[in-house]
Design a protein. Structure first.
Length: 288
C-alpha cells in the first residue's frame, strides 16, 4: 500500500524543474498550486514512476540473488497511463518479475508494477523497468545464457531517432542541487547525494536520477507539443544512455510522427545523448 497526497505531487513537479523558469507560468503552476485549494492541483504523468521506487530496495530480498547495490544502474523505464493520476489517493501496488537475463558480466532484471486505487480497485498505471546489476551476471549453468521475459519480441518498443530537423527543441538548465531536491520524492540512493559513494560507483561526483531526467524530457513534450494538456499522454518509454550531473543543461529534441513523439535528450556541456525514447499521445492538440 502507499499513500498519495497532493504535497508529494507538488514536490515531485518542483523536483523535475516545473516553474523553475517562471513561477507564475499557468502551464506549470497548476502542478504545484491551485487557488481553490491545494488538493485540486494537477499531476504530471511521470509522477507515476515514483510508484516503482521502493521496488529496487526489495530486489536484495530475492532468495539467492546477490549483487552490489553500488553497481546498480537503471536501464529503461516504461509507463502506461490508464487514468489521470489523482492528487490524493491510497494506492495498492502489485509487483511481478517480468524478465531476467544473464548478460555475463551483468544481470538485467525486468520488474513490472501495476498501481490500483485501493478504494475503487481501478487500475491507474503500470511501470516496467529494466535494471542493470553490474557484476552479478554469469549465473547460468548451461552453455546458453539464461534469458526470460513475459513479453514477446513483437511487443518491444522499437524506434529510431530521425536524422531530420526536430519538430521542437527545448533547452533547460538543471540546478546544482537538483538531485538533492528530487531525492525528497523517495529515491534516497546515495549515488545521487554522497560524493564518496558516487566515486566508488565510478563517477566524479553524485549524478542526477535517471527518472528526474525522464521527467524533464516529458515536461518538455508537455510544454511544446501537448501545450500543457498532460492527460494527452498515454504511455512513455525511456532508455537511459548516460549519466547527467546536476547543474548541467538538458536539450530535449522532439520529432512528431502522427500521435507518436520520439525524443532525445542531450547534455549541452558535453554534447552527449543521455536519454531517448517515445511518448504516445491520445490525440494531437489543434494548436500545434
Amino acid at each position: 500500500f502507499g499513500w498519495l497526497i497532493y504535497r508529494d505531487a507538488a514536490l515531485y513537479a518542483l523536483g523535475i524543474g516545473a516553474c523553475s523558469r517562471d513561477a507564475i507560468d499557468d502551464k506549470e503552476l497548476k502542478y504545484v498550486y491551485h487557488q481553490d485549494g491545494q488538493e485540486s492541483i494537477e499531476v504530471l504523468p511521470t509522477f507515476a514512476a515514483l510508484f516503482s521506487i521502493g521496488v529496487q530496495a526489495q530486489i536484495a530480498n530475492i532468495p539467492g540473488f546477490e549483487f552490489d547495490p553500488r553497481l546498480l544502474l537503471h536501464g529503461q523505464q516504461y509507463i502506461e497511463i490508464y487514468k489521470p493520476l489523482p492528487s490524493s489517493a491510497c494506492l495498492l501496488n502489485k509487483t511481478t518479475i517480468a524478465g531476467l537475463h544473464d548478460k555475463g558480466k551483468a544481470t538485467v532484471l525486468e520488474i513490472e508494477v501495476s498501481s490500483y486505487e485501493k478504494e475503487s480497485g481501478v487500475l491507474l498505471c503500470m511501470n516496467r523497468m529494466a535494471i542493470y546489476l553490474r557484476g552479478a551476471g554469469g549465473f547460468s549453468k548451461s552453455s546458453q545464457p539464461y534469458s526470460y521475459t513475459k513479453y514477446p519480441s513483437s511487443q518491444a518498443l522499437a524506434y529510431k531517432i530521425p536524422k531530420t530537423q526536430p519538430f521542437a527543441v527545448y533547452e533547460e538548465c538543471t540546478q546544482p542541487s537538483q538531485a538533492l531536491l528530487y531525492r525528497l520524492s523517495g529515491d534516497y540512493n546515495p549515488l545521487h547525494s554522497d560524493p564518496k559513494f558516487a566515486e566508488i560507483a565510478g563517477f566524479s561526483r553524485p549524478i542526477l536520477h535517471g527518472l528526474c531526467t525522464l521527467g524533464y524530457a516529458v515536461r518538455a513534450i508537455n510544454i511544446n507539443i501537448c501545450r500543457g494538456q498532460q492527460n494527452m499522454i498515454k504511455n512513455i518509454s525511456g532508455r537511459f544512455l548516460l549519466h547527467v550531473y546536476p547543474g548541467e543543461t538538458l536539450i530535449t529534441e522532439m520529432w512528431l510522427e502522427g500521435s507518436r513523439v520520439m525524443y532525445q535528450v542531450k547534455v549541452k556541456e558535453r554534447n552527449r545523448a543521455v536519454l531517448s525514447g517515445v511518448v504516445h499521445l491520445s490525440h494531437i492538440s489543434s494548436s500545434i
